[in-house]
Design a protein around this ligand. Structure first.
Ligand SMILES: NC(=O)C1=CN([C@@H]2O[C@H](COP(=O)(O)OP(=O)(O)OC[C@H]3O[C@@H](n4cnc5c(N)ncnc54)[C@H](OP(=O)(O)O)[C@@H]3O)[C@@H](O)[C@H]2O)C=CC1
Ligand SMILES: O=C(O)CCC(=O)C(=O)O
Ligand SMILES: [Mg+2]
Length: 420
């Protein structure tokens, strides 16, 4: 058994091979040639897509580096499997392991509606301070789309990942705590509420809003993206979403002034052409944004938005380029990153070896790029592009394509490997 100094696990064994990724004091990743990558298999379709993802990643790494580099996937536990094994939906070992090894990948985890446990996905993001949910959406040639010109879609959603109504601070109607909060609001704040209300809080802070804007703007500048759009409902929720918008503009003006142009200011100066080297910063109200992504996708590039808007928007934008089967993501903090698909557990397809694993496979591409293994990442993209072009796809794409060959999740993963 290898020893990993400082890693103290109570319920699971340490990895039997590999070395940890570390982070320097300046926040730079140091990646060995044999990194340990903790993974959570996930509920529902999780086991099927995780198996497919591991096959594709291992095959790409092998092909790209011919044994000189190797990933060591190591299972850690959360969700239904974890509850069955340990009587707990999320064990401390999983959090310790991900913190220790810095980069992890996960399948989707179930959250019951209207009752029961709170989201384990959200708990992971909060416990590991993964404040940015990054979801790039791009078009793959040949994928069926409801848009006339889907190739114009190329957006990256930066969703604030720890605050907003998503933080889960709420009280059920009829509970003692709900009555306490209602009484406080009535007696201290003069707010009239029906007796049968359920109540929740929408915390949005200056710190959290500025932090996600900084991350999104840095990305936009480093990647040479043309614009960043702040998406909010600040007309109605003035002191939460309105605050978010104000904080984002403040970061752009005060911390990135030479590198950004504010749309409103450019319009006032009647500037006909914007300097190409600068990122255009603009904002849109959330409801209008949902029609903009369908009607004028070419006008939008990086998007920064509070948690719930980002949740809705990322699924909606994914639909324009083929749906949830093809929508990757990453939850990123200052040191740790956990990669996961945009979609959930799709319970009706659990264990059927049927769904599209591309979302999780593209999440693994983001992971390989994050650790600097760009050659392996490029091979996977090539494999996906060729599989789609040859129309060998899973049910979700096959049902919208002409002359497609529908294959299972595992066969599709093998097709990607053959096409690398
Ligand atoms: N990060 C996470 O772990 C997430 C977890 N969840 C959780 O997942 C559970 C189920 O949520 P639900 O609302 O049904 O949303 P899902 O995203 O799980 O599924 C909704 C529909 O999207 C399509 N879909 C999803 N994934 C794929 C895929 N890989 N390939 C092809 N099609 C896909 C299917 O459409 P069709 O029926 O048309 O074939 C599916 O029925 C809930 O408990 C929810 O809380 C949800 C989102 C994220
Ligand atoms: O945690 C969940 O169950 C849902 C999460 C979700 O929809 C998302 O993060 O996009
Ligand atoms: Mg979602």
């Amino acid at each position: 058994m290898l020893s990993f100094p400082g890693l103290k696990l109570s319920n699971i064994d340490a990895p039997s091979a590999g070395s940890p990724i570390t982070v320097t004091d300046e926040g730079m990743l140091v990646v060995p040639d044999d990194p340990v990558i903790p993974f959570i298999e996930g509920d529902g379709i999780g086991p099927d897509i995780t198996r497919a993802m591991k096959l594709v990643v291992e095959s790409a790494v092998n092909k790209a580096y011919d044994g000189k580099r190797q990933l060591f996937f190591w299972e850690v536990y959360a969700g239904e499997k974890c509850n069955k094994m340990f009587g707990n939906w999320l064990i401390d070992d999983t959090l310790k392991a991900i913190k220790y090894f810095k980069v992890a990948i996960k399948g989707p985890l179930t959250t019951p509606v209207g009752e029961g446990i709170r989201s384990i996905n959200v708990r992971l993001r909060q416990a590991l301070e993964l404040y940015a949910c990054i979801r790039p959406v791009r078009y793959f040639d040949g994928v069926p789309s409801p848009l006339k010109e889907p190739w114009k879609v190329n957006m990256v959603v930066f969703r604030e990942n720890m605050e907003d109504v998503y933080a889960g601070i709420e009280w059920p109607n009829g509970s003692v705590d709900c009555a306490k909060v209602r009484n406080f609001l009535t007696n201290e704040m003069g707010i009239t509420l029906r007796e049968d209300v359920g109540l929740g809080l929408k915390p949005i802070s200056v710190f959290g809003s500025k932090r996600i804007m900084r991350k999104a703007l840095k990305y936009a500048i480093e990647q040479g993206r043309s614009s960043i759009t702040i998406v909010h409902k600040g007309n109605i929720m003035k002191y939460t979403e309105g605050l978010f918008r104000a904080c984002c503009y403040e970061v752009a003006r005060e911390e990135f002034s030479g590198l950004t142009v504010i749309e409103e200011e450019a319009q006032q100066k009647a500037t006909s052409s914007l300097p190409r080297s600068k990122v255009l910063v603009k904002d849109r109200i959330a409801d209008a944004m949902f029609q903009q992504i369908l009607l004028r996708p070419e006008d939008y590039d990086v998007i920064v938005t509070p948690n719930l808007n980002g949740d809705y928007l990322s699924d909606a934008i994914a639909a324009t380029v083929g749906g949830l089967g093809i929508a990757p993501g990453a939850n990123v903090g200052d040191e740790v990153a956990v990669f996961e698909a945009t979609h959930g557990t799709a319970p009706k397809y659990a264990g059927m070896d049927k769904v599209n694993p591309t979302s999780l496979i593209l999440s693994s591409v983001m992971m390989l790029e994050h650790i600097g293994w760009k050659e392996a990442a490029a091979l996977i993209i090539k494999g996906i592009e060729r599989a789609i072009q040859s129309r060998i796809v899973t049910y979700d794409l096959a049902r919208q394509m002409e002359n497609a060959t529908e294959v299972s999740c595992s066969k599709y993963a093998e097709t990607i490997c053959k096409n690398m």
